[in-house]
Design a protein around this ligand. Sequence first.
Ligand SMILES: [Zn+2]
Length: 111
Amino acid sequence: MASGNAIRGSRVGAGPMGEAERGESAPRLRISFWCSNGHETQPSFASDAQIPDTWDCPRCGFPAGQNRESPPDPPRTEPYKTHLAYVRERRSDADGEAILAEALAKLRGEI
Ligand SMILES: [Zn+2]
């Protein structure tokens, strides 16, 4: 997954000074991004790097933006569904009631 360290070194050799630009001495900017869940992440960028509009939140995976007041919308696809949600999609309400009634009957010893 994306992390603050993933971009480290991506600009190596890009500076006009060549080797002198390498390593920790290069000036870095820490940019804050907020996702729609209110998580803040602060990846660091080389001072001459292009700052992306959005950054993947490392905590929930939602896109995060630099504007805390209006973070990017979360992705439309749900990250996961519960087992119950799948069951409800596959069965009609009537089926569900029949299954429930049968289960209750078993509990009562009627079957
Ligand atoms: Zn988040």
